[in-house]
Design a protein around this ligand. Sequence first.
Ligand code: FMN
Length: 442
Amino acid sequence: MCALRTTTASRSLDRPDADPTAEHPASAPARPRRRLPRWSELKPLVQLEPVDVRPGRRRLQRAATVTDLREAAARRVPRPVFEFVDGGAEAEITQRRARAAFEGLEFRPRMLGGVDGVDTSTSLFGQQLSLPLVLGPTGFCRLVQHEGETAVARAAGAAGIPFALTTMGTVSIEDVAAAGGAGGNHWFQLYVLRDRGLTRELVQRAKAAGYGALVVTVDTAVIGQRLRDVRNGFSIPPRLTPRALVDIAARPAWWANLLTTAPLGFATIPAGQPEAHGAFIDNAFDPTISYRDLETLREMWDGPLIIKGVQRVDDAVRAADAGADGIVLSAHGGRQLDRSPVPLELLPQVTEAVGDRLDILLDSGVRSGADVAAAVALGARACLVGRPYLYGLMAGGQAGVEKTIQIFRDELRRTMSLLGCSTVGDLTPDLVRLNSHPPLAP
Ligand SMILES: Cc1cc2nc3c(=O)[nH]c(=O)nc-3n(C[C@H](O)[C@H](O)[C@H](O)COP(=O)(O)O)c2cc1C
């Protein structure tokens, strides 16, 4: 029927004077006859689900990607808070390059492999993970949403993946451990402080609270220059400037939660009044941390020891020599040294050099389950994410973090299926080619 119509049309184009209906009167399409639908036909189409009227919930329910969550987050919190999370250091070149590396890769799927059903689970440092994803350490979670780390730990625990609590946490080591629930096997992220006594105390508290791994971040000799924060006049806690007062009218729920819950402060380290936090951070981290410190930590911590922020092959080798069980190839999400190496591009060389000596993890720019699949294929045992779950947290608290994990899980499952992989172990380097395509215009 379609072919007949095309032929008729092209004939009439050839001979504009010709009357096609005269040539083929029987081919003129009959007008559909109208009738009233029966209730039995309408009934299956009617969907009267209860509408969730809580602010932002519909947007959260409809979010299908991390980008959707990011948009939902931007509506829920004051702009300086959103940009504190969303932004990077200096000109944000590292942040963009980290994303571009994922966008520029090409998958080489295997066909006709007979894959029916996908298992995304994996094991890491003796833990069973429902997917190769870890919610990485991020400071000041209670700033972005009042439940903060408690909500994140609950969501991770329920999903069967670890959450790494930072030294800069706004919920205590003990409370986060309790919030993880039975499924919670969380990690503690340590900044080595000038005060070595306090550093030791933190490690001991993490051990006593049952944390499953110690993550030592080594890329933060000083805090990176986050220009969006400078330009926004960002402060922790936020100041009640005239602009903030206008914002209160636009986002009353966020402000009400901030002002009617416990004052925002570090819950893990004694930093005095919140106003003193900036100065505390500037002075607290020890920029002289060395491989000898790693050896000391190795003696203090008998569980898995992970070095976060490795950016060179020779440092990966030295971390293995110092007795680390794992490393995170990380550019700190582009928040520290700008124009630092792109972790995904570094991954194949590091896997080759130390892949048989320790477990390699990766973060910075991971935004989908397909990104996780690519990193795992190239040698990572799992990926950490920072901003993706913070977007979820801002958009909808614990439910938002759960949604983030669900999005990653669905995307990973679908990608593995399309790649012809039924298990995480089937993800092998031949499935990915890096730097295959120039970035697409947004
Ligand atoms: C708001 C924010 C706070 C962070 N705080 C810490 C921290 O306290 N300790 C740390 O090791 N990394 C911290 N990071 C870095 C993350 O652990 C992770 O390396 C990074 O977010 C990964 O990049 P992504 O955001 O593109 O996923 C932070 C990241 C963000 C976005």
